[in-house]
Design a protein around this ligand. Structure first.
Ligand code: SF4
Length: 274
């Protein structure tokens, strides 16, 4: 590889991503190994015990993901991000059988948006329409999310949208803890690749996972939190807003989103999302 910096970034991202799934090695030549060693930072990650997962040959070494260790590797270029995300989707997520949700899904839902997005939305899990189409937030809740994004003066294609699990939980139930544990290394890897300025969690399950918190949404939302050095704003899920479409709830969400816009340096449009 002609560019040593590019080699370092690719090798480092690849190893860190694959190690999250319990792979103990990746094939590389001595040049690549030297580049990776140069790219690694001396700061040690907190030691983590493997969580109990479903029976799997890879499960034993899946790490618990701390929410305090900042990403230290250089941010990939846009073409690198596109390639890394596509490879992860095709080679890891689409064939994934790491949890029971693989048995009932019609499609995996990797997530979509701008790989250079400053704002990264995280929902709970795919619903029926998302499962059928393989895309996140395409049902009624998705229409409202689109309106919320439009209310921010943005288009859906300018942000990135994912869920904490990539397969539909049957009957739209909340993902089980072991399903979240099995799936969230993909989410962490997406965040490491995209490296947004702000994460917006939609609903309590994603906020609880990201913040390792037991607090209610009422206590979490509206406040800035930190996830591995990235600012995180919890807000209500659009599906909740559809169920409780009150002036108060809409105002709360708009208040949260205005803070997000200010944080990423974008102007606040003069009217709220309706
Ligand atoms: S929910 Fe995630 S971990 Fe479970 S099968 Fe789907 S992609 Fe794999």
């Amino acid at each position: 590889m002609a560019d040593p910096d590019l080699a370092k970034r690719r090798l480092s991202l690849r190893l860190r991503g694959e190690s999250a799934f319990g792979l103990k090695s990746v094939a590389m030549d001595s040049k690549g190994l030297h580049a990776l060693q140069a790219a690694k930072q001396p700061a040690a990650r907190p030691k983590a015990s493997p969580p109990p997962l479903l029976a799997s040959t890879e499960a034993e070494s899946l790490p618990v993901e701390p929410n305090s260790t900042e990403f230290t590797d250089p941010v990939a270029s846009r073409p690198e991000k596109v390639s890394l995300l596509a490879n992860m989707d095709i080679s890891q997520v689409k064939p994934c059988v790491r949890c029971r949700l693989c048995k009932t899904r019609k499609n995996t839902v990797f997530g979509e948006g701008d790989p250079d997005a400053a704002i990264f939305f995280i929902g709970e899990g795919p619903g029926e329409n998302e499962d059928l189409q393989g895309r996140p937030f395409v049902g009624r809740a998705g229409e409202l999310l689109n309106k919320m994004i439009a209310g921010m003066g943005l288009r859906r294609e300018q942000v990135f949208i994912v869920n904490i699990v990539k397969c539909r939980p049957p009957d739209n139930r909340v993902p089980a803890p072991d399903e979240v544990e099995a799936c969230t290394p993909y989410l962490v890897k997406q965040l490491e690749i995209i490296r947004p300025k702000v994460i917006v969690t939609l609903g309590l399950p994603s906020a609880k996972y990201m913040l390792a918190s037991k607090l209610s949404m009422g206590k979490l939302r509206g406040q800035w939190h930190n996830w591995r050095g990235i600012k995180l704003m919890p807000t209500y899920h659009p599906a909740f807003l559809l169920r409780a479409y009150t002036e108060e709830n809409r105002a709360a969400v708009w208040s949260d989103l205005k803070k997000v816009l200010t944080e990423v340096g974008l102007p606040i449009p003069g009217k709220s999302a309706k």
